[in-house]
Design a binder for this molecule. Structure first.
Ligand SMILES: NC(=O)c1ccc[n+]([C@@H]2O[C@H](COP(=O)([O-])OP(=O)(O)OC[C@H]3O[C@@H](n4cnc5c(N)ncnc54)[C@H](OP(=O)(O)O)[C@@H]3O)[C@@H](O)[C@H]2O)c1
Length: 331
């Protein structure tokens, strides 16, 4: 019988590990963006930007860059302690004193309404809305007090409601952009409107996340259609694979693997670049309803995200589930 010696270890395992590292390095290099912040001269003085999930990860990095360019940035956070910390960090690093922290829990209809009502009084003109907040790894069929599925509500339906409630502010700016942060994982998602209320076909936690990101791409398409000719554009973007707290709801095994691989992943600042590209780039003026990949390239989302009939039907179901018409009237 063959014995496992140091020799066989070095002759098999080390070459395998080296190969793995080379592949990961190549993936990392492939993830590099083609657009750079240094080549974008856009100044945001006098502009108002709203970012959801602004206290950590990509959202915080986006806020930092917007603040650095002089924007009045509104940080929408569910955790005010963490939000305050982020605001102080950004203020200290950029010297921008024009930052505002507001409580926003995207899993709650009441919180989204409170946030929007207050914001429209304080900020009648909104030039940029970055729908960034997201969760993943939670079991499907976690139902909120509004009777909606938690991951679907946080990642998709909450942003659907928020955007609609802030539309008045976006439309009253000379021109405005909505940026929806989705994921390359949208291509593994399923469209089933019953998922919004925790019914329909069962989903694993990852499939649940993937499906919410697919719905966000469909929402982008339908909203762009509805906003044609208004000066408000909406696009979706995938940031790439980024080392942030997004895996916090997964088991320790998944988190450990993510942590080991994290040296090959983008930093939050790198992951923010595609989102900032959609928010800032002058060449995107007037471009709407599109999907961009993590290299800032215009790209085609999966086929199921391109069906206008599906996008239209999803809009109607979403509007019915959250009583959109009544909400807008009550505003
Ligand atoms: N990291 C990646 O590899 C990756 C890849 C593709 C797409 N994305 C997307 O990028 C976006 C940002 O994620 P990230 O990677 O930066 O992760 P992150 O650091 O965990 O940021 C997620 C943000 O969303 C907030 N959030 C979660 N639930 C919320 C709720 N109910 N109401 C309001 N805010 C809520 C979190 O707040 P708390 O701190 O209070 O939880 C946090 O600020 C997400 O949409 C994610 O799906 C990330």
């Amino acid at each position: 019988m063959e014995t496992w010696s140091l020799d066989s270890y070095t002759s098999y395992i080390l070459p395998f590990l080296s190969l793995l590292l080379i592949v990961l390095w190549m993936v990392y290099r492939k993830e590099s963006n083609t657009w750079t912040l240094q080549n974008c001269p856009v100044d945001l003085t006098g502009k108002t930007a709203v970012v959801t999930g602004a206290n950590s990860g990509i959202g915080k990095a986006v806020c930092y860059e917007l603040a650095r360019r002089g924007a009045h940035v509104v940080l929408g956070c569910r955790n005010l302690t963490q939000g305050r910390k982020a605001l102080e960090d950004i203020q200290k690093a950029t010297g921008n004193k024009n930052l505002l922290l507001r409580e926003l829990d995207l899993s709650s209809v009441a919180s989204i309404r409170r946030f929007s009502q207050k914001l429209l009084v304080e900020e009648p003109h909104i030039h940029l809305l970055v729908n960034n907040a997201g969760i993943c790894g939670l079991p499907y069929k976690t139902i909120t007090s509004d009777g909606l599925e938690l991951t679907f509500m946080t990642n998709y339906l909450g942003h659907f409601l928020l955007t609609n409630l802030l539309l008045e502010g976006l439309l009253s700016a000379d021109s405005a952009r909505v940026v929806n942060v989705t994921s390359f994982r949208h291509k593994y998602g399923i469209v089933d409107e019953q998922h919004l209320v925790g019914a329909g076909s069962p989903l694993l936690p990852q499939q649940c996340y993937d499906s919410t990101k697919l719905l966000l791409v469909l929402f982008t398409k339908e909203l762009a259609q509805r906003l044609q000719g208004t000066g408000v554009t909406v696009n979706s973007v995938e940031p790439g694979i980024v080392k942030t707290g997004i895996m916090k709801n997964y088991t320790w095994l998944y988190r450990s693997i993510f942590c080991i691989l994290s040296v090959f992943l983008k930093t939050a600042a790198q992951g923010a670049i595609p989102v900032l590209y959609l928010s800032l780039a002058e060449e995107l003026h007037g471009i709407s309803g599109k999907y961009f990949n993590s290299k800032c390239n215009l790209s085609l989302p999966v086929e199921s995200a391109r069906d206008p009939g599906v996008a239209h039907s999803l809009w109607n179901t979403s509007a019915r589930l959250i009583n959109l018409e009544k909400m807008i009237k009550k505003k």
